[in-house]
Design a protein around this ligand. Structure first.
Ligand code: SF4
Ligand code: SF4
Length: 416
């Protein structure tokens, strides 16, 4: 960010004007008509933990409109302050990144404001104004070098195969089905068994399937979450080209973020629908269980399901995991806040890179409730959720097992 007290240069202010002009007409209307009723704030998992007004979504929209008005509102430009300061950028950044992008504010807003898109646009503006938090900025460098946000060599993408009981995974030039593993599953040890489970189930069902191996790049979600649509588009083009080149008809991913991006962001980024269907692994599991292609014995253990925000609220996949769960346990449990109204686990929005204590506070609420309800196992359907829950159990001392839904299925299958 520019140095020199709180004043920024005239050149920077011109850049800020161009950047604030990225708000669409609908977004400006939303910012202008926000009633500051606070309903979104009441339901915000981030604000509920910190109680810091800067983290309240209603305050974020007020800050954004104040800056927009300094550059575009006729009366403000005639009679008011038109300068943007270092403090303005720092506060907007602090607010924008103390958010898991869970979308609950969107569900709470009586005017139906599309806050998920709004907050992503605010992050894009923060990036233009050089206000992206240092740790989030590092992700961009690692993505550029290694095509994943963990800075690991692309040839380590299939290391999970060596760490599990799988002999090998197919890397074919042509296949009906592709398993898109996703970076947080491929590179994070706590999720290697998730990849192993999905691979084992695809083998058990007898699918003609493949992985992309080193040709799998990040889906683009971290870039979108840090306001970098340009990089996300590059990754979308690459992944879709590699999948279509292999004639893939069905892409299966176990990651809620990859799923949302493939289903809803890729068509916007590419300007067309890919030539394949995208399924989340819980949808695939439900289908093979219902059709009888996969037969499992249900456990008597009490299993509670946590909806990943990106899968449920932001993608509408709510019934499939519950239908699948009926085949896996005789004792399914539910959280009070679930489905479209799920309370975030804290694992999204790159919050971990900015404030891991807040992430652990948020996940502890879910863990407390799961334990109070007597659950033996907490299952979810997203590697970021699994990491948040396993970190919460380890760091805050909860007594509960954490699994992905597909891991529970693979366990019932007897593969581990
Ligand atoms: S997206 Fe979630 S964390 Fe972010 S402001 Fe809205 S409710 Fe809060
Ligand atoms: S719920 Fe909607 S109208 Fe109310 S403060 Fe939040 S964004 Fe504004």
């Amino acid at each position: 960010m520019a140095q020199g007290g709180s004043k920024l240069t005239a050149e920077f202010n011109e850049k800020a004007k161009a950047s604030l002009g990225k708000f669409t007409r609908r977004q400006v209307m939303e910012l202008d008509t926000c009633a500051h009723c606070g309903l979104c704030t009441d339901n915000c998992p981030a604000y509920n933990e910190s109680k810091d007004p800067l983290h309240a979504p209603g305050v974020r929209s007020a800050m954004a409109v104040k800056l927009y008005d300094r550059k575009y509102n006729f009366l403000t430009r005639l009679f008011g302050n038109t300068e943007i300061t270092v403090k303005d950028v720092e506060e907007l950044s602090e607010s924008a990144y103390h958010c898991t992008l869970c979308g609950r504010c969107m569900e709470s807003c009586p005017f139906g404001f599309q806050t998920h898109e709004l907050w992503t646009r605010v992050r894009e503006i923060v990036a233009d104004l050089d206000g992206t938090p240092v740790n989030v900025g590092r992700l961009a460098g690692m993505l550029e070098e290694n095509m994943n946000p963990y800075g690991l060599d692309p040839d380590e993408r299939l290391d999970w195969v060596d760490y599990t009981d799988l002999d090998e995974v197919p890397e074919k030039e042509e296949a009906e089905v592709a398993y898109f593993v996703g970076c947080t599953t491929a590179f994070k040890g706590a999720n290697h068994e998730v990849a192993f489970s999905i691979a084992s189930i695809l083998d058990e069902v007898g699918e003609d399937w493949t992985v992309l191996g080193e040709e799998e790049w990040c889906c683009g979600n971290p870039s979108l979450l840090s306001g970098d649509e340009h990089t996300a588009k590059e990754y979308a083009e690459h992944n879709v080209k590699e999948l279509e080149r292999r004639g893939v008809k069905k892409v299966i991913t176990g990651c809620a973020g990859c799923y949302r991006v493939f289903r809803f962001e890729y068509p916007k980024l590419l300007g067309r629908e890919p030539n394949f269907e995208t399924l989340h692994s819980v949808e695939y599991l439900r289908d093979v269980l219902v059709s009888g292609k996969l037969k499992l014995e249900a456990t008597d253990e009490k299993v509670i399901y946590h909806d990943p925000c990106e899968l449920s609220r932001l993608s509408g996949v709510i019934s499939a995991p519950r239908e699948a769960l009926k085949y896996l346990t005789n004792n399914p449990l539910e959280f009070e806040e679930k489905g479209i109204d799920v309370r975030c686990c804290g694992g999204g929005g790159l919050l971990q890179a900015v404030n891991n204590d807040m992430r652990l506070d948020i996940v502890s609420r879910r863990l407390e409730e799961a334990v109070e309800k007597g659950a033996d196992i907490l299952v979810s359907a997203c590697p970021a959720c699994k990491l948040a829950f396993t970190d919460g159990v380890r760091e805050r001392g909860f007594e509960i097992e954490v699994l992905d839904l597909l891991e529970l299925a693979a366990r019932q299958l007897g593969v581990f």
